[in-house]
Each structure stands twice: as structure tokens, then as C-alpha cells.
Design a protein around this ligand. Structure first.
Ligand SMILES: [Zn+2]
Length: 315
């Protein structure tokens, strides 16, 4: 007798194509329709050629191209392909309205770009998505639901007819995106819990997350997310430790290598490390660098080879 899989593979409507990417680039969700193809989230700047190739592989088959790019939120791994897609297809870009204001000003701190050692090509927002509105994409009606927490201006998209949630970084199969610790934003963690309460009140059969495979065991994912919230509430410094590890992992995936010699300089150049270190970690830069190398090696996010920190494949 063969073992049962943990959960059935989600069966998505045929107009929904999910490009599952690695952890540097968010997933892309293509919603195909005769009325125009819509792409939700666009990956990291480094991966623009692959993003363009993936989109091209599923559009243009009948001469129809991309008519709209939509973002769940404004982080570098979700907006990095926006400018290139807009150039390639001449299509408008839609963002949550709170995020659009930051993109208009290209606020690199609030968008966690230069401030966090991240990058994205600047683009213009054409359409502002208000919470509570509904949009017809891929022949389905999608409700825009506010999902603050990981990003205070984020939204998720919900199809009640298909019971599908496009969750961005608000809910993954195992957790959610990093959360700003209370000294940086006292509203962030309470917002994560409130957002989970909203999602728990929806009738969801399938979640298409911003990272990882789509999943159907939604109740178990919510339980894990609530347990994580409880752990963070009990020890807010855990959020700071987690955030600096995530930020360094992203930088490493982008750069592909960081020599141990240059790591302290890199840490000194990225303001987020200094802010989190001053408030929570209280280490010298070399000690922080050594601690990060140790933590990333232990978790499997990176490895050291010949004095160079390298990302693990598949992360
Ligand atoms: Zn994010």
C-alpha cells in the first residue's frame, strides 16, 4: 500500500497558471481570458529575463498579450519585473492604493529597497486598488481584501466562486513573510493576527501563496501561522533576528556570493541592519556578521566555501 500524499494537489481552473519560483522571486499568477491576460506579481529584478519568458510562454498564443500587471504588495521580490513587463507589453500596473503612494515617491525606505539592500527598477502605478473593490480578471471576480502585517499596505485577492485566495506574503503553507518588530512598527504584529482572523473567516479551498506551491490544507496552514504569531508575541526580538536573516538571505540570492571578508562592510552599508542591531541585537558589526553566517549555515539557507558565503540551491 502506498503512502497517502499530505494533501491533494490543488485543482485550479484552467485559466489560472501559477509560475512557482524560488525564494528570491515571488510566484507569478497568470489569469488568462479573452478579455485580456492579467499577471499578479512579477518577481525580483535579477530574474526579469525568466519572468518575461514565462509570461511569453503562456500569452500570445492567440495573439493576446498581457493587459495588466497587479501586485499584492510593494516588496522587491513582487515588483521587480513590473518595469520590464510594462515596457514589453505597454500594459498598466495596478497596486494597492497605500503602496501606490510610496511607489509614486519611490520611497526606498518604506518599500524596503535601498534601506534593506534590495533593488527594483522604478515604474509608474496606473491603477490604485481600493480594499473592498472587486475586479474581473481571468473570467473570475476577485475581491481586494486588506492584508496588513508583513507589509502594512498589502492586499490579497479572493475568488468566492472558486474559493481561491491569492495570499501574497500574508499566508504561506508554513508561516508568512517577516514582520517588523514592535520598535520599528508597533502595529505590524497585531495586524498580522487581525489579517489571519479575516482570512480564517473566508471559505477557502485553495491558497496560491506568494512563495511555495499552492496548497489546500488551509486550516493547518492557519494553525501554523497563528502559532508563529504567538511565538513572535512572546519574544519580539525573534522578529528582529528573523528579519536580518531574511534580508541577508535575499541579498545573497541576488548577489550569488558574498566573501566573508566583505560581509561586515556590506552589513554597514545596509541601514536596516544598523537599525535592527541598535534596537535588538547589540552586536559589533564583525560579531553580527559571524552570527549571521552561523545562523544561515545552520538553517541551510547558505553555506561557506573557501571563505565565501554561498546560497543553497533551491532557496
Ligand atoms: Zn513581501
Amino acid at each position: 500500500m502506498t503512502a497517502r500524499p499530505r494533501s491533494a494537489a490543488p485543482c485550479l481552473p484552467r485559466q489560472i497558471h501559477v509560475f512557482v519560483r524560488d525564494w528570491l522571486s515571488s510566484n507569478q499568477i497568470l489569469l488568462r481570458s479573452d478579455d485580456g491576460n492579467v499577471l499578479i506579481d512579477s518577481g525580483y529584478a535579477k530574474h526579469v529575463p525568466l519572468t518575461l519568458a514565462l509570461v511569453a510562454s503562456r500569452t500570445g498564443l492567440d495573439g493576446d498579450l498581457l493587459s495588466l500587471v497587479v501586485n499584492t504588495h510593494g516588496h522587491s521580490d513582487h515588483i521587480g519585473g513590473n518595469a520590464a513587463l510594462q515596457r514589453a507589453y505597454g500594459c498598466p500596473i495596478a497596486m494597492p492604493e497605500g503602496e501606490a503612494a510610496l511607489v509614486d515617491e519611490w520611497d526606498e525606505r518604506a518599500l524596503l529597497l535601498g534601506y534593506a539592500g534590495q533593488r527594483a527598477e522604478r515604474f509608474a502605478v496606473d491603477i490604485r486598488l481600493a480594499v473592498g473593490t472587486t475586479h474581473r480578471w481571468g473570467d473570475l471576480d476577485w475581491q481586494v481584501i486588506g492584508a496588513p502585517g508583513h507589509d502594512m499596505r498589502a492586499v490579497v485577492f479572493y475568488s468566492a466562486a472558486q474559493r481561491i485566495l491569492v495570499s501574497g506574503d500574508a499566508l504561506w503553507r508554513d508561516g508568512f513573510g517577516f514582520v517588523m518588530p514592535p520598535d520599528m512598527d508597533p502595529e505590524a504584529l497585531p495586524a498580522v493576527r487581525a489579517t489571519l482572523d479575516v482570512l480564517a473567516g473566508l471559505d477557502i479551498a485553495t491558497v496560491i501563496p506568494g512563495h511555495g506551491e499552492p496548497f489546500t490544507d488551509v486550516g493547518a496552514a492557519l494553525e501554523r501561522a497563528y502559532a508563529r504569531v504567538a511565538r513572535l508575541e512572546a519574544d519580539p526580538s525573534r522578529m528582529a533576528r528573523h528579519a536580518v536573516k531574511v534580508i541577508l538571505t535575499f541579498a545573497l540570492l541576488d548577489r550569488e556570493r558574498l566573501s566573508l571578508d566583505e560581509l561586515p562592510d556590506f552589513i554597514d552599508r545596509v541601514p536596516l541592519f544598523a537599525d535592527f542591531n541598535a534596537r535588538y541585537l547589540h552586536m559589533t558589526t564583525p560579531t553580527l556578521a559571524a552570527w549571521l553566517v552561523d545562523e544561515l549555515s545552520r538553517s541551510g539557507a547558505a553555506r561557506v566555501d573557501g571563505g565565501v558565503l554561498l546560497p543553497r540551491p533551491g532557496r
